[in-house]
Design a protein around this ligand. Sequence first.
Ligand SMILES: O=P(O)(O)O[C@H]1[C@H](O)[C@@H](O)[C@H](O)[C@@H](O)[C@@H]1O
Ligand SMILES: [Mg+2]
Length: 280
Amino acid sequence: MADPWIEAYTFAVEIAKKAGAEIRKASESEIKISTKSSTVDLVTATDVRVEKIIIGALKEKFGEDVHCFIGEESISKKGACILTDEPTWIIDPVDGTTNFVHGFPFVAVSIAFVVKKELEFGVVYSCFEDKLYKGRKGQGAYCDEESIQVSDNIDINKSVIISEFGTDRTPSKVKKICSTMERILKIPVHGIRGTGTAATNMCMVACGAVEAFFEIGIHCWDVAAGAVIVQEAGGVVCDVDGGPFDLMSRRMMCANHIDIANRVIKEIEIFPSERDDGQD
Ligand SMILES: O=P(O)(O)O[C@H]1[C@H](O)[C@@H](O)[C@H](O)[C@@H](O)[C@@H]1O
Ligand SMILES: [Mg+2]
């Protein structure tokens, strides 16, 4: 059967690259910064503008009301995001806004497409590295035109794990994150890393540079595209308690192998995080 979403997939790649070029250009001028949920949750005029460019281009290509959209910058103004069975684009125009503001060169455009609540494809463009990662359900994962696979190492003592501190500085949460990091270091693992963008972190798992990445407090737009890419590269995506991955839960673990995921999960001190869809 012909792929019903091939045109959307191809266009997502095109528009991610265009968006990335806008971000690179914007990094050469003064960056206008504001804050969202906390004083360290940054947003710039570029985040808002690039999201408008992406959604505008998708509407022009596929029709104004044909698809639904969950975009980081449009949703954060409206509140909860509701995922329906309709074809839905999930967009993070600038994943790694703090990096963008500081000139730390890991910033990604993340675009995913979901139909009947199932991820169809994901595109992550790491725009300063000029690397385009993509994954299409059942058709593999690629970095530029090269097929990518997760690491085949299943020895936790020889692994590198990614996690992030996020933007919520509630003391009890920060304590749990630090304690989790300490427990993972003591396994011991070869190291803990973090690029400051969830989308890129997931691509690091997908291409075998690290064994696992997890975070509590991320949003659906940070991880939707990366989730398809990791799965299509042969990895696993699940909840931080080992249960099924839930796009709206703000919790995500991905790994090259379920055994690595489960070993790391043993050390994670879970803390509560409000869901993206506002449900309990
Ligand atoms: O840069 P944004 O799009 O805000 O996303 C980041 C997120 O806010 C942080 O919680 C994570 O730690 C980063 O890895 C993000 O990807
Ligand atoms: Mg993000």
